[in-house]
Design a protein around this ligand. Structure first.
Ligand code: SDX
Length: 428
């Protein structure tokens, strides 16, 4: 491939030639690492036009609404694959053979239980603690239990940590829920699918028989798949930055959970359902759309807009279909769906949203499906974190495997006080 260069003209009739790197798809990148030698930094708060790394895991074309995991389109994976198979592809780069899939799922099954001591860790939380607060705390605490997989330079330790995290997140998530409603924890049942096991740990009680509903099981697995990874979003970038210092995998994933919790990111599904409930009926939509357009009003339509997608989020398209399937098959008439459909219709035809390219994102329909299958609103972002753990771990491993990877340490544009001498308090 011919060597490409960008020529940057600098003040004082100076200039610098910067190499241009090309990937498999998407925009080329200008390698600005030499710019420091000319006494300049680049400036890009929010990283709107900054590639922080090289990655082969996920590709997004925001203009075309394309999302690929290891090259496979998300709609095909959501409809024809399953979450654990997608986990394998994200972690190891290829879809598994039957034998590899069998071995992978068996290994995950063998790690679904958590150390019994963790039960007392939960007891330290108030019963009304938000499950995301519990998830942050308990996940970070896993490093206190698993000393045998903390050497991040050891590929085997990284692999064991990956299995443990993918396998244990459903157990910890379900425990967070059970603790918040005062019900006993339910142990994993390895005879069930990944999604079925999660549903049983969430909704079964010792006093009664629990049978997994196949419609709900399929919808749950699809929700996991649709949230598995998404390139260098805020929480994944957090995990990469934490991991770049050599921090242990459990601490890195806990940092990712904390970042995901924000309403502008993974917290949007909970915020979206709260918004739909606040709107309450179709005839109040115009009032909220006006608020969303009002610059003086901080209100935003949760579940709309995306930093990268300036087209329909392909996950929202699959989520929308799943939403209708689940509500129909469970025979649920949810007025919130009417509000959501009307809101979507208005937003897609309103000049403000069209001009700003604000389309429904992954969080817009997921909340309605999760409510339909009985997941409480406070658990929506927990489900997102559970699903995204495999993406976070895949990026963490990819970063550590990158030859010559360095600790992430951005610079800044300093706008503070110039150097000045200390003044004793008696003279101030
Ligand atoms: C996720 O990055 C990822 O990949 C994330 C994610 C993943 O899988 O990891 O896809 C998951 O986080 C999805 C996004 C969930 N968040 C929400 O639904 C919250 C509502 N959306 C917004 O807060 C916003 O759209 C963001 C945060 C998602 C994106 O914000 P940007 O890219 O920083 O864009 P911006 O805030 O600069 O908005 C551009 C313009 C602004 O108007 P102007 O200042 O140009 O006049 O669009 C407006 C905004 O006011 N705008 C909205 C809006 N989102 C943006 N106006 C009303 N409602 C909204 N939802």
């Amino acid at each position: 491939m011919a060597e490409l260069n960008a020529n940057l003209h600098l003040p004082g009739n100076d200039s610098i030639e910067l190499p241009v790197k090309q990937g498999t798809a998407g925009p080329d990148v200008i390698d600005i690492s030499k710019l420091g030698s000319k006494g300049y930094f680049t400036f890009d708060p929010g990283f709107l036009a900054t590639a922080s790394c090289e990655s082969a895991i996920t590709f997004i074309d925001g203009g075309k609404g394309i999302l690929l995991h290891r090259g496979y389109p998300i709609d095909q994976l959501a409809k024809e694959s399953n979450y654990l198979e997608v986990c394998y592809a994200l972690l190891f780069g290829e879809l598994p053979t039957k034998e590899q899939y069998q071995k992978f799922t068996q290994t995950v099954r063998e790690h679904t239980m958590v150390n019994e001591q963790l039960v007392s860790f939960f007891r330290g939380f108030r019963r009304d603690a938000h499950p995301m607060a519990i998830m942050c705390g308990v996940t970070g605490a896993l490093s206190a239990f698993y000393h045998d997989s903390l050497d991040v330079a050891n590929p085997r330790h990284r692999e064991v940590a990956a299995y443990r995290l993918v396998a244990k997140m459903p157990t910890i998530a379900a425990m967070s829920y059970k603790y918040s409603i005062g019900q006993p924890f339910v142990y994993p049942d390895n005879s069930l699918s990944y999604a079925g096991n999660f549903l049983k740990m969430m909704f079964s009680v010792p006093a009664e028989e629990y049978v997994v509903n196949p419609v709900v099981e399929r919808a749950m697995d699809r929700i996991f798949t649709l949230h598995a990874d998404h390139e260098q979003n805020a929480s994944t970038s957090t995990v990469r930055l934490a991991g770049s210092s050599g921090a242990n995998p459990f601490a890195c994933i806990a940092a990712g959970i904390a970042s995901l919790w924000g309403p502008a990111h993974g917290g949007a599904n909970e915020a979206c359902l709260t918004m739909l409930e606040e709107i309450g009926s179709v005839d109040r939509i115009d009032e909220y759309v006006a608020k969303a357009k009002d610059k003086a009003d901080p209100f935003r339509l949760m579940g709309f807009g995306h930093r990268v997608y300036k087209n329909f989020d392909p996950r929202a398209t699959v989520m929308r279909e799943t939403c209708h399937e689940v509500l129909k098959e469970l025979n649920i008439q949810d007025p919130l769906l009417d509000v959501a459909m009307k809101l979507e219709d208005i937003a897609l035809n309103d000049p403000y949203f069209i001009e700003k390219k604000l389309y429904p994102n992954v969080d817009f329909y997921s909340g309605i499906i999760m409510k339909a299958i009985g997941i409480p609103t406070s658990m929506f972002t927990v489900i997102f974190a559970l699903s995204r753990t495999v993406g976070w771990v895949s990026h963490w491993i990819e970063m550590l495997e990158q030859p010559g990877h360095k600790i992430g340490r951005p610079r800044q544009l300093y706008t503070g006080a110039e150097k000045r001498d200390y003044i004793n308090i008696n003279e101030r």
